[in-house]
Design a protein around this ligand. Structure first.
Ligand code: ARG
Length: 305
């Protein structure tokens, strides 16, 4: 199906998009080896350029609290086992892009393994994909030789709608999204990212309900801003400082009502409450040091049956 790069190409209305079931499960990866062992985004170093130090015990407690919050909200949590020498494995949204089974006549869920931009993270892909394969996914790799694609870091499903928002620039290439648009029955809207601190689409845009997104406009070029403004009935702007420092847009909702978000994002949370959402604040301080928060610490998917 088509790929859309600018407003004048749009030939559909948001309300007319095919409905998709809401995700009912999340994959999470054990944070055993989590640390800042290299710097592949600006969050991972301090003002002096030194790698940030992670408190691993605190990180595990924060990760467990996030897992508990997901389970308490009714999501099923499946686990990816630890993997030596892969400190970013905990951000398991990145190594794969699941395609909802509702898109396909045979009802089989599919996934596209990522092509990570940085060699440090490439070993995560097969490991995460193995867990998803065991859950019943068909594995459908990119055919093109050289494109980069970072899974649900840059591919964000609009909640409950057959529409994929696709980040282009720091980590994923336009050519990868073009190939997926040719292969799969879904509309893809590409958005170029321009702020190095917001290097994945999931740091700049969160789909919170079938008609709503949280976003920070400064992360996008003029074309991307126009697309979001034109398409999304309720485009809610995050606080600029919270978006860049505390990854406010790395928020997550599975049901269109409750929003999981880093607890330091108090102004954004107030805006979300005013918009009718229930806010579930979580402490992700240790993971912010690596450039990640609530959304990318899990891969949301399902239903699988
Ligand atoms: N250190 C990881 C990286 O730079 C963090 C990834 C966080 N994921 C995300 N989707 N924002 O790759």
């Amino acid at each position: 199906m088509p790929l859309y790069q600018s407003v004048d190409e749009l030939d559909f209305r948001f309300e007319d998009l095919q409905p998709l079931p809401l995700p009912d499960r999340v994959l999470m990866a054990d944070p055993r080896d989590f640390e800042c062992a290299y710097a592949i985004n600006p969050h991972m170093v301090d003002e002096r350029g030194e790698l940030k130090r992670v408190d691993r015990e605190l990180a595990r407690r924060q990760w467990s609290a996030l897992r508990d919050a997901f389970e308490a909200s009714g999501l099923r949590v499946d686990l990816v086992p630890p993997l030596d020498r892969h400190p970013d494995l905990v951000f398991c949204a990145n190594p794969a892009l699941p395609m909802p089974r509702a898109l396909f006549a045979d009802g089989r869920p599919r996934l596209v393994p990522s092509r990570m931009a940085h060699p440090e993270r490439r070993g995560e892909v097969e490991h995460v994909v193995a867990t998803l394969r065991a859950l019943g996914y068909a594995i459908e790799p990119l055919r093109g030789a050289s494109q980069r694609l970072e899974g649900m870091g840059d591919g964000i499903w609009q909640l409950g709608r057959a529409l994929l928002w696709a980040g282009v620039g720091p980590r994923s290439d336009l050519a990868a999204w073009q190939e997926l648009a040719e292969r799969y029955p879904m509309r893809i809207v590409t958005l170029s990212l321009v702020d190095p601190a917001l290097y994945h689409l999931d740091t700049a845009l969160a789909s919170l309900a079938p008609d709503a997104c949280l976003w920070w406009p400064g992360a996008f070029d003029a074309r991307g801003r126009a697309l979001i403004e034109k398409l999304v009935p309720r485009a809610i702007a995050a606080d600029a400082d919270e978006a860049r420092r505390f990854l406010a847009c790395n928020a997550f909702s599975a049901d269109g009502k409750r929003v999981f978000i880093e607890r330091r994002c108090t102004r954004t949370s107030a805006t979300l409450r005013d918009a009718g959402f229930e806010v579930i604040p979580l402490d992700t301080s240790e993971f912010l040091k690596s450039g990640g928060s609530v959304f990318c610490m899990k891969l949301a998917h399902g239903p699988l049956a």
